[in-house]
Write a protein that binds this ligand. Structure first.
Ligand code: SAM
Length: 283
């Protein structure tokens, strides 16, 4: 592999990211609705948000609500090595290590990687192999070929330009073996864009302690509010990916076959799926 992969999190900022610090407050500037920037993600996942999220989301419950969907999918394809490109606080990386997959954990936020590393130790004493890299320049930092790349937890939504999305997908494609598979999930933004959110449908991403609701939506921005039991709230500005658009992009960067699944992991289901999972085969 490469020398940025170590047993301790590499906290050197990857180029192309916004500035990072252990800051507690999010900063969306004077007009949050104008923040439509692929580099802003690192500033949105501030320490307070990440810590609260992790304290309140019970990993065990998340395991249960997600079931063995991804593990079964990967095992049925004979996958052995997985690159988790959106590690976040490490939920899927740890899960996959426990299931015996050789897993390398990537994130563009060093704080997330540090948290994931800590979580790995706390949940079963696992030492995560972490790489700090931005998806758009992934192959500069990750050398090797993987049977699967996973980009989960509605992460791809952080890219705001088509150029960035194409670049990232091309980088994911390049780290895959010839018969590799990319698994990428997203919120079902079509429903939000087409039906609005006046029904005040609450999206229970995980459990009942944190609520995530769209606060503002147009074709170029979905701004979500995350509320915690202590009344604190945080926001994420995301690009509302339409399902067929993502499927088209996947095919256009070279994936030969793309299958899209509806919900599987929600603790609360509305009549429409909240999450979509794309499974894209390289060959
Ligand atoms: N997979 C995690 C989970 O399901 O718990 C969720 C991760 S969180 C929603 C999205 C992650 O993607 C964040 O940790 C963020 O730092 C990372 N991310 C967003 N844009 C990125 C980029 N361009 N390159 C690398 N990482 C990125």
């Amino acid at each position: 592999m490469n020398n940025s992969m170590t047993d301790e999190p590499d906290v050197t900022p990857a180029s192309g990211n916004g500035a990072l610090s252990g800051q507690q407050k999010q900063d969306f500037g004077a007009d949050p609705l104008q923040v439509r920037d692929s580099d802003h993600y690192a500033d949105e996942y501030v320490e307070g948000f990440v810590d609260k999220w992790d304290d309140l989301i019970d990993w065990k419950k998340r395991y249960e609500s997600e079931g063995s969907f991804f593990v079964d999918l990967l095992k049925s394809r004979g996958v052995k090595s997985v690159l988790d490109v959106a590690t976040g606080t490490g939920f899927h990386s740890v899960r996959l290590i426990e299931e015996g997959f050789e897993t390398v954990s990537v994130d563009g936020s060093p704080e997330m990687l540090a948290k994931a590393f800590e979580n790995g130790k706390n949940y079963g004493g696992h030492i995560l192999r972490v790489v700090h890299a931005d998806w758009r320049w992934l192959n500069r930092d990750v050398h090797g070929e993987f049977d699967a790349v996973i980009c989960l937890g509605n992460s791809f939504t952080h890219l705001f330009s088509e150029r960035d999305r194409r670049k990232a997908l091309a980088e994911f494609y390049a780290v895959l073996k010839h018969d590799g598979v990319l698994i990428l999930d997203q919120r079902n933004y079509d429903t939000i864009l087409d039906n609005g959110f006046s029904s005040k449908h609450t999206y229970y991403y995980c459990g009942d302690q944190v609520t995530a609701e769209p606060e503002y939506v147009d074709e170029g921005l979905a701004r979500f509010r995350y509320q915690f039991p202590d009344n604190s709230q945080y926001h994420l500005n995301m690009y509302p990916l339409r399902k067929d658009y993502v499927r088209r992009l996947l095919r256009e960067v070279g994936f030969q076959h793309v299958e899209t699944y509806g919900d599987f992991q929600e603790t609360f289901k509305a009549d429409e799926p909240d999450f979509l999972v794309h499974v894209a085969e390289k060959n």
